[in-house]
Design a binder for this molecule. Sequence first.
Ligand code: ZN
Length: 183
Amino acid sequence: MILEIVKYGHPALRAKGKRIEVVNEKIRKLAEDMFATMKDAEGVGLAAQQVGVPVQLCVLDTRDVPNRPSRMKIDGKEINFDDCMPLALVNPEVEKIGPLVLGGEGCLSFPGISADVARPEAVVVKAMGLDGSPIEFEAKGLLARAVQHEHDHLHGILFIDRLNKKERDRVDRDVRRIAAQNS
Ligand code: ZN
């Protein structure tokens, strides 16, 4: 089922997500609907906050962005990240590593806006999968950026909070327009 994606101005986007204690059918159905919603909206990531449910769940799929590759390692071994997509992360913890790199980002809750955001180039992610088993991997490239963007959502942090002053000023008018339409 395709869910409605809430836009900036909606209070769910500023809510810290509740930890998920048990991955039950309800959570699996939410993840399945979020996969469908993300695909429909042609996004690379979606957090539960964005469908109005403040819990620690996000979904990712960075396959269809050939000019912005992702890399993924499990147990120190490079793996074909395509095989892990789409990916759902429950209660993710993200350790950020490496130097800051600037990259373009958009957000399905901010239609039409994109801006450059500086983030660490790599992450180590620990989370739970939809079967309740632990997941641990390292990521670089677009997947590392997307994980950090979604992890922020789960804590009520939005990409506009991470812009430098010049970028923030550049998108300010559009941000205010979206907020006015959605609050
Ligand atoms: Zn977003």
